[in-house]
Design a protein around this ligand. Structure first.
Ligand code: NAI
Length: 348
């Protein structure tokens, strides 16, 4: 495994590998850019087929965090961690403490929080040994609440741009993944009058969505083909592949999952099919936006004057609308326009 030869490397500033034999911890912390400030990005706890796959995931997610913070106008850089292994079998208090001590050793360059496989309670445990964490129960709390709020603002920009309406009434949305973020998004869309088609690997949560939201369910293999207006991937990344694009019936793809496009070509194909794609690192920025107050209180950091959180989350709408406008004018897919805007901001 080589960091420098990974196709996801993109001149990362720092990549740390940590291990702790006693607890079985193996973790990678990738710091893409600190151009705008100390890096921030959650911790993903997951089994990977290979170590290379774990490294690539950390690098890809970390770069997306640089883009996310840059486009959200935050004085924050991009980083991300992965802990390798099945959280269901190896996650212990001792392992989370060992991990926290490593995060503390990196110091003021990076702070972390929750992601897939890590809960707010886990972050509270990590916070017992380091102050470089956000999203604790006593701080900004579960970021998925803010991610969902910000997402709904962004989805309005999608509605306006692709469907020429600002209302969710009667809009059919296919939600893939009813976890921390997906469930809250479904809740908000249902309240706004949207009709939901849902899929999750957990049958009990699907049953709950049918009961609570009057949702229709489809299998996890078929959700991307559902007869809906908007397809919202809210589970894991890489779900939009060159071969799956042709099967999508929605007119827009907008979800909270990070790195939804398996390859750049998949995004180009969406655009060729006139399916509007909302770049994930713009529409799902609510969580990181909500962590700014906590980040500014970490050791060695300066306090920052901030507009109220609700205002910062609502700004996702305007940013996305601007990206859609520019992408139409440039005749390029929205994610290409957004990436270029972000790279200019971080001096790349
Ligand atoms: P989660 O782990 O709470 O939820 C994931 C959900 O997807 C679970 O309900 C799981 O059963 C389901 N799932 C797993 N495989 C599936 C499949 N093949 N088909 C359908 N459903 C499947 O994770 P969370 O926090 O909701 O995050 C979801 C995505 O959003 C991730 O990609 C994460 O990186 C991204 N994200 C999360 C943020 C947050 O604030 N939690 C912020 C920004 C992005």
């Amino acid at each position: 495994m080589s960091v420098w030869t990974s196709r996801e490397f993109d001149n990362h500033e720092q990549v740390c590998f940590f291990s702790d034999a006693e607890t079985g911890l193996r973790a990678i912390v990738a710091i893409h850019s600190t151009f705008l400030g100390p890096a921030a990005g959650g911790t993903r706890f997951k089994s990977y087929d290979t170590e290379d796959a774990a490294l690539d995931d950390a690098l890809r997610l970390s770069r997306a965090m640089s883009y996310k913070s840059a486009l959200a106008g935050m004085p924050v850089g991009g980083g991300k961690s992965v802990i390798i292994g099945d959280p269901g079998s190896i996650k212990t208090r001792a392992l989370l403490h060992a991990y926290g001590r490593f995060i503390d050793r990196i110091g003021n360059t990076y702070a972390t929080g929750e992601d897939v496989g890590i809960t707010v309670a886990d972050i509270d445990t990590v916070a017992e040994v380091t102050r470089f964490v956000g999203g604790t129960s006593g701080g900004a709390g579960d970021p998925s609440v803010h991610t969902a709020d910000g997402f709904v603002h962004g989805l309005r920009a999608v509605l306006e741009s692709r469907f020429h309406t600002g209302s969710f009434e009667g809009v059919r949305v296919g939600v893939q993944g009813l976890g921390a973020v997906g469930w809250r998004i479904a809740e908000r869309l249902h309240a706004g009058g949207a009709k939901l088609v849902v899929a999750d690997v957990r049958p009990e949560i699907v049953d709950r969505a049918i009961r609570d939201f009057g949702a229709t369910s489809v299998s996890t293999e078929l959700i991307h083909q559902a007869d809906v207006d908007i397809y919202a991937p809210c589970a894991l990344g890489g779900v939009i592949t060159e071969s799956s694009v042709g099967e999508i019936r929605a007119k827009a793809v907008a979800g909270a999952a990070n790195n939804q496009l398996a390859a750049a070509r998949a995004g180009a194909l969406l655009s060729e099919r006139n399916i509007l794609f909302a770049p994930d690192f713009v529409i799902n920025a609510g969580g990181i936006i909500s962590g700014l107050e906590a980040a500014s209180r970490m050791p060695g950091r300066k306090p920052i004057e901030l507009p109220p959180l609700a205002e910062r989350l609502a700004a996702i709408h305007d940013r996305l609308a601007e990206i859609f406008r520019r992408s139409r004018a440039d005749r390029r897919p929205p994610e290409v326009t957004a990436e270029q805007m972000a790279r200019e901001i971080i001096g790349r």
